[in-house]
Design a protein around this ligand. Structure first.
Ligand code: P1T
Length: 392
């Protein structure tokens, strides 16, 4: 009984359900078993069935990795215990003295990792606004080993031209990594656009149910994959079998979930733009967004995240965030439930004020992860919360 695995003939939605997964040969179970064993029996010295020790390889994790590789169109994927652990593994391929060019609007934890962990180890990072390609050209140096892109960016939802940055960076001999957490492979395939490696916080849309912390790297660059596989085993920040199973389950509905996230976010963003309490809305799909054409070129839809500046500064934001009922005030994104957060004090609290304000993370900014609830209910919740800002 053959089952579709990672066959490129199948559409994305089909791969999300089947890639890497065949019925269990022992029992016929149609869903992958969760193999919790930490170690695997050798039949005799030097002979085993492909698994030795759970950090090195685990059947459930391997199944997830095969599915992730198929979805991103890469030859190899590696699953880690968090998005930060995945990015750390990639940065561990660097050497002291290596230079990184990174976009200036990134997840605060990525900034912290490069600045506070890899900086002291001798990796130097230049932070640039990559929406202007000249800034990328100017920042590249002979010792630039990695160019790091997040698009859409967190939290300003700027769009970076992956194909153009990859071309410029490759000409300078640098590797290109893209954090595809906000778009997911359902909307954007960075490897096809020329990136060398894709990173994910699987904590977000890939798992989709806010009950796993996980990360992944996907690449088709065989020497890089081999080095990353070595680091995954040597440094050991692997994803657990149970979490691997949960992400595999989440992936099956990724295409459907993304459709609804995108439709509701597009509608709410357009509506928010017309509200008097809102100074500015950031959403790549808005007709008023100057990057809409670029987003439409490299993404199949505009995503489920919205950022907005509320009029009235911090007191208005406090009233707004204190008045939502359906939206939960919490960090993270990409789950079935709607979340709202305040980047300046929460996700980007580790970025110095001047640096975050320079990219637009002002005190009035809120970031919304639009969930799968009925859109009218979300809108009603936001109306009440916006009206509460008048009293601030
Ligand atoms: O939380 P973790 O799984 O380690 O993933 C880190 C990470 C990496 N990349 C991006 C683009 C991210 O947004 C994150 C985590 N972000 C949040 C927790 C947040 O609320 O933005």
């Amino acid at each position: 009984m053959a089952k579709p695995t990672s066959d490129r003939r199948w559409a994305f939605d089909t791969l999300a359900i089947h890639a890497g997964q065949a019925p269990d040969p022992q029992s016929g179970a149609v869903m992958p078993p969760i193999v919790l064993a930490s170690t695997f029996a050798h039949e005799r010295l030097g002979a085993h069935r492909g698994f030795e020790y759970g950090r090195t390889g685990n059947p459930t994790r391997n199944t997830l990795e095969a599915c992730l590789a198929a979805l991103e169109g890469g030859s190899e994927a590696l699953a880690f215990g968090s998005g930060c652990a995945a990015i750390t593994a990639l940065l561990q391929t660097l050497r002291p003295g290596d230079h990184v060019v990174a976009c200036d609007d990134v997840y605060g934890g990525t900034f912290r990792l490069l600045d506070k962990v890899f900086g002291p180890l001798g990796v130097v990072t230049s932070w640039v606004d990559m929406t202007d390609l000249d800034n990328v050209r100017a920042a590249l140096r002979d010792d630039t080993a990695l160019v790091w892109i997040e698009t859409p960016t967190n939290p300003m939802l700027r769009i970076i031209d992956i194909a153009a940055v990859a071309k410029i960076s490759h000409a300078a001999g640098a590797l290109v990594g893209v954090d595809n957490t906000f778009a997911t492979p359902a909307l954007q395939r960075p490897l096809k656009l020329g990136a060398d490696v894709v990173a994910h916080s699987m904590t977000k849309y890939l798992n989709g149910h806010s009950d796993v912390i996980g990360g992944a790297l996907i690449t088709s660059d065989e020497p890089l994959a081999e080095r990353l596989r070595f680091i995954q085993n040597a440094a050991g920040a692997v994803l657990s079998p149970f979490d691997s199973f949960l992400v595999l389950r989440g992936l099956k509905t990724l295409p459907l979930r993304m459709e609804r996230h995108c439709a509701s976010a597009a509608s709410l963003a357009a509506w928010l733009e017309g509200r008097p309490e809102v100074e500015r809305v950031f959403y790549p799909g808005l007709p008023s967004n100057p990057q809409r054409a670029l987003a439409a070129r490299q993404m199949s839809a505009f995503g489920g995240m919205i950022s907005a500046v509320i009029r009235g500064g911090l007191p208005a934001v406090e009233a707004f965030l204190g008045s939502v009922e359906l939206f939960t005030l919490a960090e993270s994104l990409g789950g079935v439930e709607s979340l709202i957060e305040h980047p300046a004090t929460m996700t980007h609290g580790s970025v110095p004020r001047a640096q975050r304000e320079a990219v637009g993370v002002v005190d009035g900014l809120v970031r919304i992860s639009v969930g799968l609830e009925r859109e009218a209910d979300l809108r009603a919740d936001l109306v009440r919360a916006l009206e509460a800002t008048a009293l601030a």
